[in-house]
Ligand binder design. Structure first.
Ligand SMILES: C=C(O[C@@H]1C=C(C(=O)O)C=C[C@H]1O)C(=O)O
Length: 359
């Protein structure tokens, strides 16, 4: 067989596999639709993060390659997203505009087959869900270089919504412009976190440039599109969406630049065995109060992955602690420990129990 015949034969085989995949995907969608009907008849939520996490975990264990696991997950994220959309059109609001990192996080979590709706502030994300204009929301909560997004934490004090999931994105910040000549750049637009993450590179390479803070990296790209002497620091997808040249790649130069986003909604997902719980509490202003509040977690072997204090805004020097632990509120040990904490402190509230991020 010469190489042309060989190619033809291989492609015929690929065609036949595609036909089978197509048939199987549609079979899967039909089953999902049936599941959807049962859920609707019994008043159960359509989106079930715990079930989706279970599927990802099973496929991760099963995958023997040659496709790497992250690509397999990516494909299945879209298959699941498509099947879910046959059950119901889910609406997700994210901190926009289009092509922000939050938009990418939303796509990574829900896949492309949901309605992704940009809004201009973190508060609007919460508002739209409360007003039932959207089912879920996506907001940034912390970055490994710049720390916590305080505003997001504060919103949980104002709104009674729950954290139903998390997404972690690796951040790469690029310098982009409609002007291909970097020497003509006078101004750089970006979000304050992005400017801070790239400050070293800018000081070294463009020390005289003016730095202008705007609401988001995507907004920066949008502005740079209309200003020939400017550049933006933003994501690859912002460069694509706003038609900019990438002048310099990865100017944040950080080895570990990740942002964590929270998915918010109304109902706490059921346990998967690989979960996190987020809660807030305050303590009395007295010696050892925080120690006493946290000691049961140590005693019961519960891993605390984060604790962050924020002013309560009710009294001067009064604080609320935002805390993440490993485990689900339906785990016996977690439940008992939280009960103990609750009985020891003046204020306590669960913000969510949700599957840990899928890579
Ligand atoms: C099909 C279901 O509905 C949704 C779609 C899923 C899927 O396509 O596998 C999984 C969980 C749900 O978010 C289900 O609940 O099983």
């Amino acid at each position: 067989m010469d190489y042309q015949e060989k190619l033809k034969a291989l492609r015929q085989e690929i065609d036949s596999i595609d036909n089978q995949i197509l048939e199987l995907i549609n079979k899967r969608a039909t089953l999902a639709k049936e599941v959807g009907e049962i859920k609707k008849a019994n008043n159960l939520p359509i989106f079930v993060p715990s079930r989706e996490k279970e599927i990802f975990d099973r496929l991760e264990k099963l995958n023997k390659g040659p496709l790497p696991t992250d690509i397999v997950k990516h494909i299945f994220r879209e298959i699941i997203s498509a099947c879910r959309s046959i059950e119901e059109n889910i609406k997700v609001v994210y901190l926009g505009p289009k092509a922000t990192f939050t938009h990418q996080a939303s796509l990574k979590y829900f896949g492309h087959s949901v309605e992704h709706i940009p809004v201009s502030t973190i508060k609007d994300v919460f508002e739209e869900i409360v007003k039932k204009k959207a089912d879920f929301g996506v907001v940034p909560v912390e970055n490994t270089i710049e720390g916590v997004v305080n505003y997001t934490l504060d919103m949980f004090l104002e709104y009674d919504l729950k954290i139903i999931g998390e997404v972690i994105l690796e951040i790469s910040l690029h310098l982009m412009s409609i002007n291909p000549n970097i020497n003509e750049i006078q101004r750089i637009y970006s979000h304050k976190f992005a400017i801070a993450e790239c400050r070293d590179w800018i000081l070294k390479n463009m020390p005289h440039v003016q730095l202008i803070e705007v609401e988001s990296t995507a907004k920066a790209a949008e502005m740079a599109k209309d200003d020939y002497e400017s550049a933006a620091i933003a994501s690859e997808s912002a460069a694509e969406v706003y038609g900019l040249y990438i002048l310099e790649r990865k100017i944040d130069k950080h080895l570990y630049n990740y942002t964590r986003f929270l998915i918010i909604g109304n109902e706490i997902p059921s346990k998967t065995g690989n979960d996190k719980t987020t809660f807030i509490f305050s303590v009395k202003n007295e010696v050892g109060a925080l120690y006493k509040a946290l000691e049961p977690f140590y005693r019961n072997g519960i891993n605390m992955t984060k604790i962050e204090s924020r002013p309560s805004k009710k009294e001067a020097w009064d604080y609320i602690f935002f805390t993440d632990i490993e485990g689900h509120i339906d785990d016996e040990v977690v439940k008992n420990t939280l009960e103990e904490l609750k009985s020891n402190v003046p204020f306590f509230k669960i913000l969510g129990s949700y599957p840990k991020a899928v890579d």
